[in-house]
Unconditional design. Structure first.
Length: 310
């Protein structure tokens, strides 16, 4: 018989790729509105939650964990404490997280941790919040957390947290190239603003409210990787390459070895390569590995956060 104290709830949430990311002009509030097409991919964060008198988190996994905070600033701890505060729960939780999504890699790993933690703690504590209530809490933790919760393919607007589902046919084959370093999202956004100032005479001014290119949505609906490859776009790619020129070499290498296209995911530094089919993805994975890059072959779209077991 499992006692309440020994019960462990296991939840899982996916990382994401931004197949399109348009960034609006810098607003008076210091933020940018974005328009993005997210796709959840088969690289997962696993969260195990068990009863405890206070809140703690420990990490394992194949990625570099040295930069991770384990205090109240960690997104998983923030998710657990927010749920406890909202529902009046009086004890805490011990979180054990197996990380497969790179830290500060532009793939929303911390957001996936938070989404899985909300689900796991809700089940562990029996707080029984509705999906809508959990999504509302998710949006207050971070802009990418609602998408990690819902998964699939979706358009995100505002700060990325206002979601509308997007139809995606079939499966897309991706090869991810991970960097040995992380990138700071605020630094990349700052560099974007500087880039736009430097080239103000050469480029159109940024829209206040950007929109996802209709060609991207059409390619997703059709399940056509060739069409999607022509429309992959990220406004943060130029500033990310400016801060880390090594990423340009990675993109070039992938495209020379059969990728239909490569794009920096989110604020980087992970580079996502779209392959035409499984065979092409396997060949690309082998070529990038041979060049001593750390890579993973994944598919999308996949489901969002869910409970796997207790």
């Amino acid at each position: 018989m499992t006692t309440e104290a020994s019960r462990v709830v296991h939840a899982r949430a996916p990382g994401k790729i931004n197949v399109y990311l348009g960034v609006g002009a810098l607003g008076d509030d210091g933020y940018h509105e974005i328009a993005t097409a997210y796709q959840a991919v088969s690289l997962y964060e696993d969260v195990r939650a068990s009863d405890a008198p206070d809140f703690s988190v420990a990490f394992t996994g194949p990625v570099d964990l040295r930069e991770l905070e384990t205090d109240g600033s960690n997104l998983a701890i923030r998710a657990a404490t927010l749920l406890a505060r909202t529902t009046g729960y009086r004890r805490g939780v011990r979180l054990e997280i197996e990380k497969n999504v790179p830290v500060a890699g532009g793939m929303g790993g911390g957001s996936a941790d938070a989404a899985a933690t909300l689900l796991a703690c809700d089940a562990l504590w029996g707080t029984d919040l509705s999906r809508e209530d959990l999504l509302e809490l998710a949006a207050t933790i971070g802009a990418d957390v609602p998408f990690a919760f819902t998964g699939g393919t979706a358009v995100g607007t505002g700060r990325g947290d206002q979601l509308s589902p997007a139809l995606a046919q079939g499966q897309f084959q991706w090869v991810l190239a991970f960097a040995a370093f992380g990138m700071s999202t605020p630094d990349v956004y700052r560099e974007l603003d500087l880039h736009r100032e430097r080239h103000a005479l050469d480029i159109f001014p940024a829209e206040t409210q950007p929109r996802v290119d209709p060609n991207v949505l059409q390619a997703l609906r059709a399940g056509d990787p060739h069409l999607l490859a022509e429309s992959l776009f990220n406004d943060l790619q130029a500033p990310a390459l400016h801060l880390e020129p090594r990423l340009a070499e990675v993109i070039e290498l992938g495209e020379e070895n059969g990728a239909l296209a490569g794009v920096v995911s989110g604020s980087g530094p992970t580079v996502a390569f779209l392959a035409a089919d499984l065979d092409s993805a396997l060949e690309l994975q082998i070529a990038l590995s041979a060049a001593r890059h750390t890579v993973a072959r994944v598919t999308g779209p996949v489901h969002g956060a869910r409970i796997l077991g207790e």
